[in-house]
Design a protein around this ligand. Structure first.
Ligand code: PHE
Length: 340
C-alpha cells in the first residue's frame, strides 16, 4: 500500500495540464468520489492496525499534494496569459521600497556648503586628532588660555601635545601652512569638547569653518558674504547683526545674530523675546596668525567664520534635544525622508 501511495505521489507531482478542462479531468481522476485517492481510502480499512498510523499519514500527505497540484494547474491554465502557465501577475503594483533618509546634520551641512560653493569656496579637511600647534598655538592662543584647560580639551592619554580638536579653526592653520593666497575654503567637520552630555550640550558636535585670505580683503566683504549666506539659508527677509566679541585668532572679532526664524524679530520663546538668534563667530584673521602660518601679513588680509551645524539645524527643524543627533533612532531620522 505504501508503495502504491508513493508511486501516486510521483505521478501527481509530474502532472501537466494545457487548459482548465484538462486540469478538471485530472481532478476527477484523482480527487473525485470515485477517484484514485478515494479508492485508497477504501483500501485503508483493510490495513493492519499497527500500520494504520503510518499509512494514514501518507494518505493525508498524498491528498494535500494532489489538491495543491491540481489547484496550481487550474490557476495556471485559467490565466492563459502570454507568460504561459505562471501564476505571477506582472501588472500588480509593486510593494513600495522604503528609502533611507539623509541625516539632518548632513542635509543642513550640504545646504551650507552649496551656498558657499556658489561664492567660490572649495572644501578643505583636517584631522580630528590634532596637535596643540594647529588647534591653539598657531592660532594665537596664549599658553595659559582657558580653552586649553582640561575642561574643554580632550587630551590623548600619554601625550599632552596630541588632542581632539575643539574647533575646526585648526583647518585654517592646516591650509595656510601649505597654500599661499588667494585662499577661499570651507571646512565642515566634527569637533570635541569635554562637556557633560545633556539635552543642550554634547561632548562632540559639528562645525563649518570658512577662511578667505587675499589682497584687500576687508570687514565689509565679510559682512556682505554673511548677509547673503543668512538670506540664502533662512529666507530673503532675514536680517543680520554683528556684535563685538573676542577670539584669539581674529581681530576685530564679532558674533553674528540672525533675526528670529520663528517670529521674524518680534520676540518669542525661541529667541527669548529678543528677536535675535546667535549663529556664528567671525572676524578678520589676526595678522599674527597669518605670520605664524607663513603668510605675509604686510601683503594679505583675510576673514574667517565658524558656526555650529547642530545649532543651525535646531533653528531650522526645532530639534529640542541634542542627543537625538547621535542616537540614530530611526523614528527621528525618518522625519527627514522628504527633506532632500
Ligand atoms: N572657532 C570658533 C569657535 O569654535 C569660531 C570662530 C571661527 C570664530 C572663525 C571666529 C573665526 O567658537
Amino acid at each position: 500500500m505504501i508503495e502504491k501511495i508513493e508511486q501516486l505521489m510521483q505521478e501527481i507531482s509530474a502532472l501537466h495540464a494545457k487548459n482548465a478542462q484538462e486540469a478538471e479531468a485530472l481532478r476527477i481522476k484523482y480527487l473525485s468520489k470515485k477517484g484514485e485517492i478515494s479508492q485508497l481510502m477504501n483500501d485503508f480499512r483493510s490495513v493492519p492496525a499497527e500500520l494504520k498510523k503510518e499509512v494514514g499519514m501518507k494518505i493525508n500527505q498524498l491528498k494535500s499534494l494532489a489538491q495543491e497540484k491540481i489547484n496550481a494547474l487550474k490557476e495556471g491554465a485559467g490565466e492563459g496569459s502570454a507568460t504561459g502557465s505562471s501564476s505571477i501577475d506582472l501588472t500588480r503594483t509593486p510593494y513600495p521600497i522604503t528609502l533611507g533618509s539623509r541625516h539632518p546634520l548632513t542635509i543642513v551641512k550640504n545646504e551650507i556648503v552649496d551656498i558657499f560653493s556658489r561664492l567660490g569656496f572649495t572644501l578643505a579637511e583636517g584631522p580630528e586628532v590634532e596637535d596643540d600647534w594647529h588647534v591653539y598655538s598657531s592660532l594665537n592662543f596664549a599658553d595659559d588660555h582657558p580653552a586649553r584647560d582640561m575642561q574643554d580639551t580632550f587630551f590623548v592619554e600619554a601625550h599632552p601635545d596630541i588632542i581632539l580638536r575643539s574647533h575646526t579653526s585648526s583647518v585654517q592653520s592646516r591650509v595656510m601652512e601649505k597654500t599661499q593666497p588667494p585662499i577661499r575654503i570651507l571646512c565642515p567637520g566634527r569637533v570635541y569638547r569635554n562637556e557633560a552630555v545633556s539635552a543642550r550640550a554634547h561632548c562632540f558636535f559639528h562645525q563649518i569653518e570658512g577662511l578667505y585670505v587675499d589682497k584687500n580683503v576687508s570687514f565689509t566683504d565679510l559682512k556682505q558674504v554673511l548677509l547673503l549666506f543668512a538670506q540664502e539659508l533662512f529666507g530673503p527677509d532675514t536680517k543680520i547683526r554683528l556684535r563685538p566679541s573676542y577670539f584669539p585668532f581674529t581681530e576685530p572679532s564679532a558674533e553674528m545674530d540672525v533675526s528670529c526664524t520663528i517670529c521674524g524679530g518680534k520676540g518669542c520663546s525661541m529667541c527669548k523675546g529678543s528677536g535675535w538668534l546667535e549663529i556664528l563667530g567671525c572676524g578678520m584673521v589676526d595678522p599674527a596668525v597669518l605670520d605664524a602660518n607663513g603668510i605675509d601679513s604686510s601683503i594679505y588680509t583675510g576673514y574667517a567664520f565658524g558656526m555650529g551645524i547642530e545649532r543651525i539645524t535646531n533653528l531650522k527643524y526645532q530639534v529640542k534635544d541634542l542627543r537625538m543627533f547621535s542616537e540614530n533612532d530611526v523614528r527621528f531620522l525618518d522625519e527627514f525622508t522628504s527633506a532632500r
